[in-house]
Design a protein around this ligand. Structure first.
Ligand code: 4NP
Length: 169
């Protein structure tokens, strides 16, 4: 994260989580990050959203298995799917893709490479070494959704630790 970032109530930090369908991974990340922000009472300092690079599920709530997994951990997923749009590149301070394909699709919309510094992978913040992608759980069983939740949770916690140091109260 850039040293220059200063987060205030007047200038909240805007984070967008992005996956393919915006019904499994990115709604989980949005809900988990919001949950951690709420726990630390940092709500005024963050604006959190999610989107998909496809239009397949626009308007749908999070996948029922994602919701089940989140609920098990006390996290509510309230999002409705929307498609990532070019204006998001300007609007958000940090755009986190769940896998390399999402990353590439987002970068393709940044035709003049103006926003490359703020487009990253979710797992750039994962404190446990391993794969650099949050794998798509859509066609698999609950173990895949559990893995997504675990990876996303520890990555979001590490990201929030980093961002909390940029808050100027
Ligand atoms: P997500 O998962 O990108 O984590 O929301 C998927 C959801 C739907 C599909 C693929 C992945 N789909 O093929 O419809």
């Amino acid at each position: 994260m850039s040293e220059k970032v200063q987060i205030t109530k007047e200038n909240p930090f805007k984070i967008l989580f992005v996956c393919l369908g915006n019904i499994c991974r990115s709604p989980t990340a949005e809900g988990v990050f919001q949950h951690l922000v709420n726990e630390r009472e940092l709500q005024p300092y963050f604006y959190i959203d999610s989107a998909g690079t496809s239009a397949w599920h626009i308007g749908e709530p999070a996948n029922s298995k994602s919701q089940q997994m989140a609920n098990k951990h006390g996290v509510k997923l309230n999002s409705r799917a929307r498609k990532f749009e070019t204006a998001d590149l300007e609007e958000f301070d940090l755009i986190l893709a769940m896998d390399r394909e999402n990353l590439q699709n987002i970068r393709q919309l940044d035709t003049q490479n103006r926003f490359s510094d703020k487009i990253k992978l979710m797992r750039d913040f994962d404190p446990q070494p391993g794969d650099d992608e949050v794998p798509d759980p859509y066609y698999g069983g609950m173990d895949g959704f559990q893995h997504v939740f675990d990876v996303v949770h520890r990555s979001c916690a590490a990201l929030l630790d980093e961002l909390e140091e940029k808050i100027e109260s």
